[in-house]
Design a protein around this ligand. Structure first.
Ligand SMILES: Cc1cc2nc3c(=O)[nH]c(=O)nc-3n(C[C@H](O)[C@H](O)[C@H](O)COP(=O)(O)OP(=O)(O)OC[C@H]3O[C@@H](n4cnc5c(N)ncnc54)[C@H](O)[C@@H]3O)c2cc1C
Length: 377
């Protein structure tokens, strides 16, 4: 099945060249700095690689989801953190779908230029999988909301200029009805960002706690209707999980490619280690699972572009490909022997980075819950 047109293929070649020349040489430096610097965002914005799907009037080029899929997968394959895809294809769509014309014109062109970086803040110290349990409140006071509470594990948390914050606007309503989404701008009094959190992996991706203390935000920063935040989040999760599955797939493909090169050249007992049947079979097993993942996720890209409701299938892909990429990481590292434990080999970074793929954007267990519910359980 071929899902990409000639235009997509030409775009992919150009984007891969861009990644190889402009991004890959700097990854280690960004890992040290614990963030991707602003010039990268601005550079990607100039090239049209941020939010390419946006209408021209908001700074995009009206590209279909296939172009976003290519960008996300190639960034994952190169080992560039997930914050850029999160900004372009997970968070900006909220503003596009639920924002007023005024909000869209005020924010989206700057997002596509890389001048405004986006974050979405749902998770709290006491509420992750159980999003309905959030405690951050926004109380109406004249033409403002006053926000109090805190969020954690927020990607792009320290670099973000605009944060879409999930808050409770109605404490009496059932949780699914009392949540709203409010855009908080960096620099708003009462809004502070914590230090970059120290993580197992994805070191070039900044992740932070965010604090709101009597943070006054104009009502005009409400996204969509009050009380509909939970259903907005649910509506957009399909694309978020598809992007996450694509990221896992990209990483799995990269790890296998690197390992294949390694086992062909590393010798033991007088022959390349890939020639030992056990290792050859391991590689064959991984290649098979990776191909299954690729075909599955590509079919979902087609369905998603056709506007189909594929919540159960993207949950399957998010869970299965995330877990598969972790199995691949384990076996690829093992095939590198002691060098698989040394920082100079990229497998080490991929092994660390891929671990979170079964956790963020909904854990594997939550994905299984969704699948089971769709099956009537
Ligand atoms: C690097 C990183 C980046 C992140 N980026 C963001 C971001 O940008 N914005 C944001 O809002 N959040 C973000 N998150 C948060 C992430 O989405 C949550 O960590 C995740 O949803 C899990 O929530 P939790 O950590 O509270 O775990 P918990 O919900 O406490 O879960 C703990 C364990 O219990 C299991 N569990 C929970 N409920 C059930 C159940 N009903 N049945 C079976 N098992 C269950 C879980 O699967 C998990 O194994 C990020 C997290 C990380 C690590």
């Amino acid at each position: 099945m071929e899902i990409y047109s000639e235009d997509h293929k030409i775009f992919r070649q150009a984007f891969v060249r861009f990644v190889e020349s402009e991004l890959s040489p700097h990854i280690e430096e960004w890992e040290e700095q614990r963030e991707i610097p602003r010039w990268v965002w601005l550079n990607m914005g100039r090239q049209g690689y941020l939010c390419p799907w946006l209408d021209e009037k908001y700074g995009g080029s009206g590209a279909d989801f296939g172009f976003s899929a290519i960008i996300n997968k190639e960034l994952a394959r190169a080992g560039v953190g997930m914050g850029i895809g999160l900004h372009s294809d997970i968070i900006a769509p909220y503003i596009y779908a639920y924002g007023t014309e005024q909000q869209k014109l005020a924010w989206l062109p700057a997002c596509s230029r890389g001048e405004k970086i986006l974050a979405v803040a749902m998770t709290e110290p006491q509420a992750g999988s159980d999003l309905q349990g959030i405690k951050t409140t926004a109380v109406r006071d004249g033409n403002d909301y006053i926000i109090n509470g805190s969020k954690t594990f927020i990607s792009n948390g320290t670099t973000a200029d605009l944060v879409i914050v999930a808050v409770k606007t109605d404490l009496e309503a059932p949780a699914s009805k009392g949540i709203s989404l409010i855009v908080v701008e960096d620099g708003t009094p009462g809004f502070t960002k914590g230090q970059k959190l120290k993580k197992l992996g994805m070191h070039s991706q900044d992740t932070a706690e965010l604090f709101f203390e009597n943070c006054r935000v104009p009502v005009s920063n409400l996204l969509g209707e009050e009380g509909k935040g939970f259903s907005y989040l649910m509506e957009k999760l399909q694309q978020e999980r598809l992007i996450s599955a694509l990221g896992s797939q990209g990483m799995a493909e990269r790890m296998l490619a690197d390992t294949l090169d390694y086992v062909k050249t590393r010798e033991a007992f007088g022959q390349p280690i890939g020639k030992f049947q056990h290792n050859a079979f391991k590689i064959a097993e991984m290649a098979t699972e990776i191909e299954i993942g690729r075909v599955f996720v590509d079919s979902l890209i087609v369905d998603h572009m056709a506007g189909k409701e594929i919540v159960a299938k993207v949950s399957m892909a998010k869970y299965w490909i995330g877990e598969m990429a972790n199995r691949v990481a384990y076996d690829c590292l093992q095939l590198h022997g002691g060098y698989g434990y040394m920082e100079e080999y990229p497998i080490v970074r991929h092994f660390r980075d891929v671990r979170v793929h079964t956790i963020y954007a909904g854990t594997s267990e939550i994905m299984k819950l969704i699948i089971a519910r769709k099956l009537g359980l």
